[in-house]
Design a protein around this ligand. Structure first.
Ligand code: UFG
Length: 324
């Protein structure tokens, strides 16, 4: 088992790099394909190819040479607001380049695929926590791009063209507890990082995007999930897929939501710093509440989160940001 070879696209990015570290430490052979477009990690674990997924011929060559047993596909653009301003960028990379990758897999005969999907596929739901069976009604091109790939994977699995697990991540945050890896976006848009940057004095203030949502304090609620727990879910998903070839779609979140205001209070508590907060307008494309029903991943993969505390998530991100 431990000699298995796993290829990670986007393996130098946020979730990819943490997953690479766990795989590497567990004795798997790790191959990383990344174009470094997001200002990615400098600590890739494993053998590294700097290449963009649109280079299909080169990707085929790499797959033929490396013959991985499993491909984990992390590489994607992930910023909701940017996807609204520049939808083609999202469809071209998240859908178009995924099709190229799968086409390359087909040519080389690789069948096992772990896909980074997102809670953004759900949109505005009637129920929260959200079960995987909820109808997919994304409200932004980013979520749409992930839903399109999921649909394709479902059809292909039905036709026995591949086996896959799609993990629908909720709000991935935190950083490597050992302080080696962490989020490294060139222009961070995510709440926890922006709040910590405000605490650090790198932003003049933190703006809350909307205080008139139908939630108890009027701000959006999200299910923040530690990147190490998300990374570990990939290892479990891979083992599951290799053992029984059942394709599946699984939510990856803790099942507990925090509002923007609660996150800000926790950031102040963890950092012991005050910073200015202003109440602004809603940001387009934000659903009011996204919280995972995580019974399926716990049951099927026996996933046992280790870092499911907002304070821990913020503490680890703070430790990383202070260093960088
Ligand atoms: N927010 C603010 N101020 C900020 C930044 C964010 O109020 O400066 C708010 C947002 O409006 C939102 C919440 O904080 O209500 C969380 O926003 P993030 O930008 O941190 O994360 P998103 O929920 O927009 O998106 C993230 C990922 C997506 C993924 C989604 C799934 O970026 O890829 O979680 O839940 F799809």
């Amino acid at each position: 088992m431990s000699k298995l070879k796993v290829l990670l696209t986007g393996g130098a990015g946020f979730v990819g790099s943490h997953t690479a570290k766990i795989l590497f430490r567990s004795g798997y052979k790790v191959i990383i394909i990344d174009n470094f477009s997001s200002g990615a990690s400098k600590h890739p674990y494993g053998k590294f190819y700097k290449i963009d997924l649109k280079e299909e011929k080169e990707i085929i060559k790499i797959l033929k040479k490396e013959k991985p047993d499993v491909i984990m596909h992390f590489a994607a653009f992930i910023i909701v607001s940017e996807s609204i301003e520049n939808p083609f960028k999202y469809y071209e990379n998240n859908v178009g380049n995924t099709i190229k990758l799968i086409s390359a897999m087909k040519e080389v005969g690789i069948k096992n695929f772990i896909f980074s999907s997102s809670a953004a596929v759900y949109g505005i739901t009637e129920k929260n926590p959200i079960p995987e069976t909820a109808e997919l009604r994304p409200i932004n091109p980013y979520g749409e791009s992930k839903a399109m790939v999921e649909k394709m994977l479902k059809d292909m699995a039905q036709a026995k063209e591949l086996n896959y697990i799609a993990l629908r991540y909720f709000n991935v945050a935190g950083a490597d507890p050992e302080g080696e890896l962490g989020p490294s976006y060139l222009q961070p848009t995510h709440l926890i990082i922006r709040a910590l940057k405000a605490a650090k004095g790198e932003l003049p203030y933190l703006e809350i995007y909307g205080t008139d949502y139908p939630t108890p304090d009027g701000t959006c609620i999200r299910d923040y999930v530690h990147v190490m727990d998300v990374a570990y879910a990939h290892v479990l998903a891979m083992k599951y897929l290799l053992q029984n070839t059942n394709s599946n779609v699984l939510n990856c979140g803790y099942g507990k939501g925090f509002s923007v205001k609660e996150v800000i209070e926790t950031v102040k508590k963890v950092t012991q710093r005050e910073f200015k907060v202003i109440e602004g307008k809603r940001r387009p494309g934000d659903p009011p509440v996204l919280v995972a029903d995580n019974r399926k991943i716990k049951q099927i993969l026996k996933w046992k989160p280790k870092y499911n505390f907002l304070e821990t998530i913020i503490q680890h991100t703070w430790q990383w940001l202070k260093k960088t």
